[in-house]
Design a protein around this ligand. Structure first.
Ligand code: F6R
Length: 261
């Protein structure tokens, strides 16, 4: 099951998303076995949720320990009330952290009374560096090509910072927030350079709504127009797709496949 093809971003085609989720969860279990103090970068949202479910199950079965591990969320909304259930802090706690209890779980979180989110962003970047960087980052891709909240226009050398959210990002988040007006306008996100410094990057894209951006990520010129294109050429990156998300890729039929276990 060696990834190959689709240029410089190896792609693995899964028969369905749960097969990809099991493979990636298995990689993370193996990483934590060989390096108990590993640092993980965590996306939130639909793409990684099954991987976290698998990791919770592995933890419950005592097949993995997070007791020495550190997790760093990729991003967090700004301007939400403290403890808001729609924050990425609440989401990550519910989906992973409360169950697996990493030694440290960090987010670029701004207290609503804190006046300087920029300083929080810069401190988060320093904290990631002080932890020795990220061993493995789990990413989803936004339909506009964002990775974390590096929206179109983000540069390859960007670092953790305050960003304005793109209209499409806010429209997609309206599902969670009930209406687009309720979606925050700003967030803190790890930068593209921060992510590219990770020793391994694993990207998940499932469903027909990701087919267009998966094709662009693999086939369009590398540029800020589609930030996910910056992943191409990373020394240890893999993109896991299901059949629907692979639907628009040239030569999709020839992609290496994950065989169900
Ligand atoms: C979330 C994040 C985003 C999502 C992307 C895809 O922490 O950083 O980049 O990964 O918006 O979202 P889903 O997986 O919900 O389609």
């Amino acid at each position: 099951m060696k990834p190959r093809g689709a240029g410089d971003l190896p792609v693995l085609l899964a028969p369905d998303r749960s097969a990809a989720e099991r493979v990636l969860a298995g990689e993370i279990v193996a990483l934590l076995e060989s390096r108990p103090s590993a640092t993980l970068g965590l996306a939130t949202g639909n793409s990684p949720i099954g991987v976290y479910r698998e990791l919770c199950a592995a933890h419950a079965a005592r097949r993995v320990s997070f007791a020495s591990a550190t997790t760093f969320n990729l991003d967090e909304y700004l301007d939400l009330p403290r403890g808001d259930p729609r924050s990425f802090r609440s989401w990550t706690q519910a989906q992973l952290v409360d169950a697996v209890r990493p030694a440290r779980s960090r987010l670029p979180e701004v207290d609503p009374d804190h006046l300087d989110p920029r300083a929080v962003a810069e401190a988060y970047e320093r904290e990631i560096r002080a932890a020795g960087g990220l061993d493995l980052v789990i990413l989803g891709i936004g339909r506009n090509g964002h990775i974390a909240f590096n929206e179109p226009g983000s540069t390859r050398d960007s670092r953790t910072r305050v960003v304005e959210l793109d209209a499409l990002t806010r429209a997609d988040a309206a599902r969670t927030f009930g209406s687009i007006e309720s979606v925050p306008r700003r967030a803190i996100t790890m930068g593209i350079a921060t992510i590219l410094e990770a020793r391994a990057i694993r990207v998940l894209a499932f469903g027909a709504e990701k087919a267009g951006i998966v094709r662009r990520t693999l086939e369009d010129p590398v540029s800020s127009a589609w930030p996910a294109t910056f992943l191409r050429g990373h020394r240890d990156v893999r993109l896991y797709v299901d059949r629907e998300a692979a639907g628009a890729i040239r030569d999709a039929a020839g992609l290496p496949r994950i065989t169900p276990s």
